[in-house]
Write a protein that binds this ligand. Structure first.
Ligand code: BTN
Length: 266
């Protein structure tokens, strides 16, 4: 079922009991990318908590310059604008916080437990069900704005994924054997993110790292991490206090990796 653009925005907004998120909620039938629009609003001084939700995206973006397949009526494509008063080196914690919130919602609604893959893919049975793209913008002299873009595969059937994603993607409907109302997922996601963000602002980042670590099977595994042309191989040990992945190399030295993509698990 497509969104009902006016009443859904009003309903979701009325039902939310959030401190930070949902100052404005905009539903759109189609856009290039909800992240692009949220960043444009950030440059125009939009308030923290703005949420942009699209039925479909023509230029949905993933990490590493990839395309995020965004057809109507099946997936969730949304972006949230936050303006945390943080140092730049704490900002990757916001990415992890988004992952912790999204996996909590997915676990609440899925019949099978999900797993976080650093930095921020969410997998069920080794297939991707959710991706996150956090981007920052700073207007001259102003504080940093962070746009959290979240894509969740909700009601796709296996045939609805394009050929190149069939082996690697799944949806909540595939896992559960029945469709889910996307507004239920959106309400839960925004409420959880609001709670986790509030906790982070008041208590600091260490609990984000702890919660993230409880939702991954990565640690103790031998992994290859690709950053541009560089591939680093080692055993994944833990996340450091900035959210970097610490790899133990074969020579026994630990190396903290700030960004990249895990291309191979043990
Ligand atoms: C990834 O797994 O590489 C991240 C995918 C992020 C996709 C979401 S959909 C909503 C938001 N708008 C975008 O263009 N991308 C993010």
């Amino acid at each position: 079922m497509p969104y009902d653009y006016e009443s859904d925005a009003a309903n979701v907004k009325d039902d939310l009991n959030c401190v930070h998120i949902g100052s404005d909620i905009v539903f759109l039938p189609e856009i290039d990318s909800t992240n692009n629009l949220a960043k444009e609003h950030a440059r125009n001084n939009a308030q923290e908590g703005l949420v942009i939700i699209a039925e479909s995206q023509t230029g949905g973006r993933g990490r590493m310059g990839r395309f995020w397949h965004s057809p109507p009526e099946t997936g969730i494509y949304l972006s949230i604008l936050l303006k945390p008063n943080l140092k730049p080196d704490q900002l990757s914690l916001i990415t992890l916080l988004a992952g912790v919130s999204a996996i909590s919602t997915i676990n609440e609604l899925s019949h099978q437990r999900a797993n976080l893959k650093w930095p921020n893919d969410i997998l069920i049975a080794n297939k991707k069900v959710c991706g996150l793209l956090c981007e920052m913008t700073q207007k001259q002299g102003n504080s940093l704005s962070v746009v959290i873009g979240i894509g969740i595969n909700v009601n796709q059937t296996p045939e609805q994924f394009p050929e190149n994603l069939k082996k690697t993607a799944t949806s909540l409907r595939i896992v559960n054997g029945s469709p889910i109302n996307r507004l239920t997922v959106i309400r839960s996601l925004l409420t959880t993110l609001d709670r986790e963000y509030h906790f982070f602002l008041t208590e600091g980042g260490s609990s984000v790292i702890k919660k993230w670590s409880l939702n991954t099977d990565l640690f103790g595994k031998k992994v290859s991490v690709k950053r541009g042309a560089i591939i680093t191989i080692g055993t994944a040990m833990h996340l450091d206090e900035s959210g970097r992945l610490v790899l133990r190399r074969d020579n026994g030295h630990d190396e903290a990796i700030e960004s990249g993509e895990i291309i191979r698990y043990e």
